[in-house]
Design a protein around this ligand. Structure first.
Ligand code: UDX
Length: 436
């Protein structure tokens, strides 16, 4: 079956290459010529473990191609996936301009029955609007069906998530369209992946509710961690014991500087906005958002209290990306924390295994000394701050770090070190929620 994937960003490229691996012929389309030119020469525009191999393998076997020619791609395809950006418009609402542009293009180009599948995260009601918008401008004897097929890919493990998802959600009013999609995902049927077949609105809502619930777990444990510090409890043991209750589960109960990335901040904001706009406020989600913002401030206060003052101190920062195994720094806690430390007069040295270039691009020309590894960061610094739990930060030679630091203090904001062990080295360890 021939498919078109519109958008070669994170979701589009992973999904396009993944569907090609499932045996589909996938034409990936992007209007950015330079991006397509790079993809044609095997250059992946962002860091995602395993993606380069997946793309190369499927380009070689002829099932994955890249083009800027949407007309040709639409003509050849029965199914057209939309995976374009739906960023926050700055007011907590979703900017749908790219989705609307694609819908406009499709209404001009479609001249035969097509199934349009939405992968981008869009507010409830968008897919129905798209169906009506496209259908309105088609000739009378042509029809389109629209399917909402939200993605649940985590950056850093997106290939695994695509190949072995917890579930596939397909929303549509048309059984024929759902049957075509089930056929596309047949490989997942064979490994007994649960399929949720539902209507458009339910599928759209499932995505927001899932992300908001995960974000709720994070903000919840961050508040509990802050309380642990006040009462002399250890949040790790609290989270572990909570997680042993199967109804709660152990995942997403790791305290830290708060969630970031391209999804949770934007999706929780859009979900809260939907609640407000429909007169059915989502008070819990609203609190999750404010707790997350406050958590970053709390981390800065923690550093300030721990060091006495920040002015004229050299602070070493380990980790800039919003989580490990990605170069993505969008909404990363590092952006707010580093900015604030600079404003308070600190000198910043920083290292990240993949995110330095992206950090520079978003952060601008501010004075930061970027280093080649964790030890160069530690050298002469008054404190080390761990912001992202990259594997290479989990096994640092702490003896060496202690001698390199001007002051043996480590703010372990991802709780990757055991305070008892760091104490043996004479290293002051300040974690999150480790009041015990
Ligand atoms: C998320 C969802 O997991 C995925 O299903 C969705 O489709 C896209 O958004 P992603 O943004 O890649 O994926 O990252 P995720 O692993 O979910 O982490 C999000 C943020 O939460 C990160 O900043 C991470 O550091 C933070 N986090 C996660 C915590 O602070 N504590 C945790 O216990 C888990």
């Amino acid at each position: 079956m021939n498919l078109t994937m519109i958008g070669t960003g994170y979701v589009g490229l992973v999904s396009g290459a993944g569907l090609a691996d499932f045996g589909m012929n996938v034409i990936c389309v992007d209007k950015e010529e330079q991006r397509i030119r790079k993809l044609l020469t095997g250059h992946i525009p962002f860091y995602e473990p395993g993606l380069e191999e997946l793309v190369t393998r499927n380009v070689k076997n002829g099932r994955l191609t890249f083009t800027t020619d949407l007309r040709m791609a639409v003509k050849r395809s029965l199914v057209i996936f939309i995976a374009v950006g739906t960023p926050d418009n700055g007011r907590g609402e979703t900017d749908l301009s790219q989705v609307k542009e694609v819908a406009g293009d499709l209404s001009q180009l479609i001249d035969d029955y097509k199934v349009v599948v939405m992968k981008s995260t869009v507010p409830v009601g968008t897919n129905r609007w798209i169906k009506e918008a496209i259908q309105k401008s088609l000739r009378k004897n042509i029809s389109v069906d629209v399917v909402s097929n939200p993605e649940f890919l985590r950056e850093g493990s997106a290939i695994e998530d695509f190949m072995r998802p917890n579930r596939v959600v397909l929303g549509s009013d048309n059984v024929n369209a759902l049957a075509i999609l089930k056929d596309i995902y047949r490989s997942l049927y064979l490994i007994e992946t649960p399929f949720v077949l539902t209507n458009l609105e339910t599928a759209e809502l499932i995505k927001y509710a899932s992300n908001a619930f995960l974000a709720t777990k994070i903000s919840f444990i961050n508040e509990v961690a802050n309380l642990c510090e006040k009462v002399g409890a250890d949040v790790h043991q609290v989270a572990k014991a909570m997680g042993l209750d199967k109804r709660i589960g152990p995942k997403f109960l790791h305290p830290g500087p708060g969630f970031g990335g391209s999804c949770f901040p934007k999706d929780t904001a859009a979900f809260a906005h939907l609640g407000e706009a429909t007169g059915s406020p989502l008070r819990i989600v609203e609190s999750v958002i404010s707790v997350n913002t406050e958590q970053r401030t709390k981390m800065i206060e923690k550093i300030e209290t721990g060091l006495g003052s920040i002015a004229e101190k050299t602070i070493g920062v380990l980790g800039l990306s919003f989580k490990p195994n990605t170069d993505d720094v969008r909404e990363s806690p590092a952006l707010d924390i580093v900015r604030s430390l600079l404003e308070k007069g600190a000198e910043i040295k920083a290292y990240d295994p993949a995110g330095i270039e992206e950090f520079k691009r978003i952060f601008g020309d501010q004075k930061i000394c970027y280093c080649r590894d964790a030890y160069s960061v530690a050298k002469g610094a008054h404190a080390l701050v761990i912001l992202t739990e990259w594997n290479e930060f989990r096994n640092l030679d702490l003896q060496k770090i202690t001698t390199l630091l001007a002051q043996p203090v480590i703010f372990d904001l991802r709780n990757i070190y055991d305070p008892a062990k760091t104490a043996e080295l004479g290293l002051t360890h300040i974690g999150v929620g480790r009041g015990a």
